[in-house]
Design a protein around this ligand. Structure first.
Ligand SMILES: NC(=O)NC(NC(N)=O)C(=O)[O-]
Length: 327
């Protein structure tokens, strides 16, 4: 599997991504392209328009041409690769697809986007049916939108746009969640992710259910579970949210936070505190020292729905990153 596929999906509805235009949605709505959950299928399920698909599906073309869908990224950033997932489309997948990108400020209309000058990211390339189709992208610029073109027509279940989030610092408050994936934070290491990936803790909004969080297996030794988060920017943290919502019989008993700056030793941010099940805890912490990484230790194991670290980013850091990716 290409390494880029492990990066966050910038188009995902979980970040607020959306489909803003499709020239044809006869069989199935293009909105499915950005659904966060994996595609599902129930064979021989017919509606008024035909078989029901969890994807975008256009009608059979009777004249030359191609079909397009335009996606607004929920988290704009540098695109490292795309996955044109044709899951469950067998006799009706598009034989070819191409991808273009666009970087715009503000809130362009669908008509503006259709008329815009797009940058080619993936040339017209063959697809396989009922499978993931991974294409690497080599362009260091920050994009806000992508355009999927299918040649000539057919169905695509999901369009995953994997990359590195680059937030616009002009739109961030002075103190913001420096552990948010939507601001560019990411998990770098973790002791265990048996039931739930730790990146879920960094996603926007409240956790919807117990599956929407980090959950480890039951430990049968004397150790404890932990995760390391690379912050969106080096920051002075002043508030920490440790949210055990939905973890009722499996919340950790205790937790602690430590920080490091680059390769420094770990220093304490929050000493070991007792946690209660199914509770959005908030702790005020001393913003004495700048951290680039934060380690969350849970004792001994369990689940955490959300981790939020509110802090002040090092002045100029995000501006420089944004400038470098915008040229
Ligand atoms: N059995 C099908 O899937 N047929 C058609 N598609 C839908 N959705 O019914 C088609 O022509 O691609």
């Amino acid at each position: 599997m290409d390494a880029f596929a492990a990066l966050p999906d910038l188009a995902s509805r979980a970040f607020g991504g959306g489909v803003v235009h499709a020239n044809d949605e006869f069989f199935a709505a293009a909105d499915h392209l950005v659904t966060a959950e994996p595609p599902v299928h129930s064979p021989r399920t017919f509606g008024h328009k035909g078989q029901v698909y969890d994807g975008w599906e256009t009608r059979r073309r009777r004249e030359p041409g191609s079909d397009v869908a335009i996606v607004r990224l929920g988290a704009p950033g540098v695109i490292r690769g795309v996955d044109v997932d044709t899951a469950f489309f067998t006799g009706n997948f598009p034989p070819y697809a191409s991808i273009d990108g666009l970087s715009v400020r503000g809130y362009p209309s669908a008509a503006d986007l259709v008329a815009a000058e797009w940058v080619p990211l993936v040339p017209k390339s063959p697809l396989n049916g009922d499978s993931r189709n991974l294409f690497a992208v080599a362009d260091e610029r920050r994009f806000t939108h992508v355009r999927l073109t299918i040649h000539p027509d057919g169905g695509v279940a999901r369009l995953r746009v994997h990359g590195v989030v680059v937030p616009d610092p002009a739109l961030l408050p002075d103190v913001f969640d420096v552990a948010a994936a939507a601001h560019g934070a990411a998990v770098t290491e973790c002791s265990d992710m048996f039931y739930g990936h730790p990146e879920k803790m960094l996603m926007p909004g409240l956790a919807q259910h117990m599956g929407d969080g980090w959950e480890t297996s039951r430990r049968r030794d004397d150790g404890n579970d932990w995760v390391v988060v690379r912050l969106a920017a080096p920051a002075l943290i002043s508030l920490a949210d440790l949210d055990t919502t939905h973890f009722k019989g499996n919340a950790p008993g205790w937790a602690a936070l430590s920080g490091r700056s680059g390769d420094s030793d770990w220093f304490e941010i929050l000493p070991r505190v007792a946690l209660t099940p199914d509770t959005p805890h908030r702790f005020r912490v001393d913003p004495g020292r700048e951290a680039t990484h934060v380690r969350l230790d849970i004792f001994p194991d369990g689940g955490m729905a959300r981790l939020r670290l509110h802090g002040r980013a090092r002045p100029g850091f995000l501006d420089e990153q944004f400038r470098r990716r915008s040229s």
